[in-house]
Design a protein around this ligand. Structure first.
Ligand SMILES: NC(=O)N[C@@H](CC(=O)O)C(=O)O
Ligand SMILES: [Zn+2]
Ligand SMILES: [Zn+2]
Length: 431
């Protein structure tokens, strides 16, 4: 059986420079990488100077199915992932019902098999039943059924006693605890943006940075003796970074992620009472934004995750206090970060790609994220030249809630390949 040959592409070379590359795929594996490879009976897929990278990996998204299919489904969410250059995504359990039982994990995997775009889906199961913080889930059975990690994302685990028990159990069954860090005792009714200049200017109740950092510090202490892999979701506050850095310097098994929006925006960028800028954690001070980028660059924060959180327009039209938190991210992440971090010289292309592929894979022992001979052929092809504006009407996601509408970006994916199979391809037509 013949394979496929991606021809006339470019890849990131050893020293970070772009080098010509053809990639030969056979039975779902990368079997050969080099310049001007012979066709050898393979199906030729010309990529004309575009960049070939490992498929992007997003370990924090919301697919909304079951229960909130008006916001997103496994079909639409994984199509958005494919279109964004992602080949693997991990979905959070805050669905209806919450993914707190083996049936829930199996159902996500089966639905993706049947209806998904071809992108790999890694279901994250809950830490506590219904994520209400009161009773631990059967993590062993959930892992056995295919759960990738455990998280109560959407809310923080409020009780330190419960979190400690969760970490003990997770360490025992060898599953990572992925934490949404938020101390509710520090929140006021209706808190919707960072407790800072924007909240003050618009007289809105604010969410302080300490509500995140206090959980980060607490959890690092609780995790210390358990040996659990503790991972911090959507890091947004300077103090959280400081605590993560200190834990890592002692060799603790702690990792962290940051979103594109926390890297590119801060409270000063919120143009007014526009709920497309409402997400949890909120956009914080310029200083926090700068610290997050520096921490990502120096490796303190390990990788980038979008926290893709689709909501319907009617829900987002309920005003700053009453609308739900969250913005979509899968279809804009790479172009946003390429244009605003790589083209501006803040990150190298190689750093950006690593933090969206190899590093998340390594943090969680996943077998993907590398463009080398012998690796699984999970790939994305990226157009680094064509500039195009973000148009939510063209999203494959049902969610249109993005603050990045009309941003002119380069670095758009044109093809996504999972295990040698093209799961999405740019048609060149834009309405
Ligand atoms: N991030 C968000 O603003 N919203 C997420 C919940 C979460 O990630 O905590 C959602 O499920 O909508
Ligand atoms: Zn969260
Ligand atoms: Zn989330």
């Amino acid at each position: 059986m013949g394979g496929q040959l991606l021809t006339k592409g470019r890849m990131i070379g050893e020293g970070g420079q772009l080098v010509p590359a053809d990639v030969r795929i056979h039975e779902g594996q990368i079997v050969e990488i080099g310049a001007n490879l012979p066709e050898a009976g393979d199906k030729v897929i010309p990529v004309d100077g575009k960049l070939i990278i490992p498929g992007l990996i997003d370990l924090h998204i919301h697919l909304r199915e079951p229960g909130f299919e008006a916001k997103e489904t496994i079909a639409t969410g994984t199509s958005a992932a494919a279109k964004g250059g992602y080949t693997a995504v991990a979905c959070m359990p805050n669905t209806r019902p919450v993914t707190d039982r083996v049936e829930g994990v199996r159902r996500i995997l089966e639905t993706n098999e049947r209806e998904g775009s071809g992108v790999r889906v890694l279901p994250i199961a809950a830490i506590t039943k219904t994520s209400n913080g009161e009773e631990l889930t059967d993590m062993e059975a959930l892992k056995e059924a295919g759960a990738f990690a455990v998280s109560d994302d959407g809310v923080g685990v409020q009780s330190p006693r419960m979190m400690k028990a969760a970490m003990r159990l997770a360490a025992e069954v060898d599953v990572a605890v992925v934490a949404h860090c938020e101390e509710e005792d520090l929140l006021v009714e209706g808190a919707c943006v960072h407790e800072g200049s924007f909240a003050k200017a618009y007289d809105l109740p604010g969410i302080p940075g300490e509500s995140e950092a206090i959980h980060v510090g607490r959890d690092i202490l609780l995790a210390e003796d358990t040996g659990v892999h503790y991972h911090i979701c959507h890091m947004s506050a300077e103090a959280s970074v400081r605590l993560l850095r200190e834990a890592k310097s002692r060799g603790q098994r702690v990792t962290g992620e940051v979103t594109p929006h926390h890297l590119l925006l801060c409270e000063e960028d919120i143009p007014g009472l526009d709920t497309r800028y409402k997400m949890n954690p909120p956009l914080r001070r310029k200083r926090d934004q700068q610290v997050l980028l520096a921490a990502l660059k120096d490796g303190t924060i390990d990788f980038i995750a979008t926290d893709h959180a689709p909501h319907i327009a009617e829900e987002k039209a309920q005003g700053m206090v009453n609308s739900p938190f969250g913005i979509v991210g899968l279809e804009t992440a790479f172009p946003l970060l390429y244009t605003h971090l790589v083209e501006t010289g803040k990150l190298t292309l190689s750093e950006l790609v690593d933090k969206m592929t190899r590093i998340p894979a390594e943090c969680f022992n996943l077998p993907w994220g590398r463009l080398v001979e012998g690796a699984v052929a999970d790939l994305a092809v990226i157009d680094l030249e064509t500039e195009r504006a973000v148009d939510p009407d063209n999203f494959a996601s049902k969610g249109r809630n993005t603050p990045f509408e009309d941003w002119k970006l380069k670095g758009w994916p044109t093809m996504t390949i999972v295990e040698g199979r093209i799961v999405w391809q740019e048609t060149g037509v834009h309405i």
